[in-house]
Design a protein around this ligand. Structure first.
Ligand SMILES: NC(=O)c1ccc[n+]([C@@H]2O[C@H](COP(=O)([O-])OP(=O)(O)OC[C@H]3O[C@@H](n4cnc5c(N)ncnc54)[C@H](OP(=O)(O)O)[C@@H]3O)[C@@H](O)[C@H]2O)c1
Length: 282
């Protein structure tokens, strides 16, 4: 029986991975049980596993601008420790990465082999992690973006909360990406592993694209609220420490090449996430 290790099991994606892997032989280690910046602890934890999934990350994009060393320790060095340990144990590794490794000013979807060109500190640390991990052969590098889900603070839950207290919400129209349900990402990762797909880079975002404004309108609509309560604005109204990509849609060609269905359209995923109650106000 395949033995799985999930690092970062206490995060939003980590929790959904545990749900998708339910019934299998899984070691789930949250940060308190395994700090991936500790190489000896990583080596000990990884030994005896066939598959290692790294769902641990420093994900505070704005904080990373003033705290890049701490982000680098987790997103680059820590990911490298897991890759080294997985290679030593003969295990396959799944590393989760981000659209922020790209500049985010494209006009068409980024292909899997587009050169990295990060816009800010978080993207730089994740890009460095990609390079360290891809030095090993048996690796799936799965980039994702705009994650929302049941087990963490995220845009969808925030919109539903604001809908309960505010008559309207203003949301930017000038940033376009791919809303992605963390449960779909978890299922996509497990599909890759089960299919024994070729190693390499995959884009684990739901299909299609939307602006944050369109995403917010869709969240309202799926929750039975009036989407006209979402008002358009632009990024000039929401200046934050880290720059945001204006267009960071990720292409899905690698799924087709591997003969595996790409993740479904974002709107279908959102409908199921909201109507099933998995994503509710927070
Ligand atoms: N959320 C998004 O929109 C998004 C977009 C693109 C890519 N991603 C990528 O998707 C993956 C999953 O993200 P997520 O949204 O599930 O993030 P998350 O909810 O923040 O989960 C990350 C987990 O990693 C843990 N962690 C932090 N430092 C650690 C360390 N040194 N050792 C072990 N665990 C550590 C965190 O613990 P603490 O909470 O205790 O710090 C947290 O439980 C990450 O690789 C992220 O870069 C996310």
């Amino acid at each position: 029986m395949t033995r799985y290790l999930v690092a970062g099991a206490g995060g939003m994606l980590g929790a959904d991975l545990l749900a998708v892997l339910d019934g299998r032989d899984v070691t789930a280690l949250s940060r308190a049980a395994l700090d991936i910046t500790d190489p000896a602890a990583v080596r000990d934890a990884v030994a005896g596993h066939d598959v290692v999934i790294n769902a641990a990350a420093y994900t505070k994009v704005d904080d990373a601008e003033s705290d890049e060393d701490a982000a680098f320790a987790v997103n680059a060095t820590g990911a490298g420790h897991l890759a080294d340990a997985a290679a030593a144990a003969g295990a396959r590794l799944v590393q989760v990465s981000t659209d922020y490794v790209f500049r985010g000013d494209a006009t068409e979807p980024y292909a899997e082999d587009t050169p990295r060109d990060p816009l800010g500190a978080y993207g730089r640390t994740k890009a460095a992690g990609e390079e360290l991990v891809l030095a090993h052969p048996d690796v799936y590098l799965v980039r994702t973006a705009w994650l929302y889900g049941e087990h963490g603070p995220n845009f969808a839950r925030t919109m539903l909360r604001l809908a309960g207290s505010n008559p309207t919400v203003s949301v930017v129209t000038d940033q376009v990406g791919q809303p992605t349900w963390s449960r779909d990402l978890a299922a996509s990762i497990v599909r890759l592993l089960d299919a024994e797909a070729p190693f390499g880079v995959y884009h684990g975002t739901n299909s299609g694209s939307a602006s944050w404004f369109e995403f917010a309108q869709a969240i309202f609509a799926e929750a039975g609220l009036d989407p006209a309560r979402v008002l358009p604005t632009d990024s000039a109204a929401f200046v934050r420490p880290a720059p945001r990509p204006s267009y960071s849609v990720l292409g899905h060609a690698a799924w087709e090449s591997a003969g595996i269905a790409a993740p479904r359209p974002w709107r279908d995923a959102l409908r199921e996430a909201v109507t099933s109650g998995a994503v509710a106000a927070a």
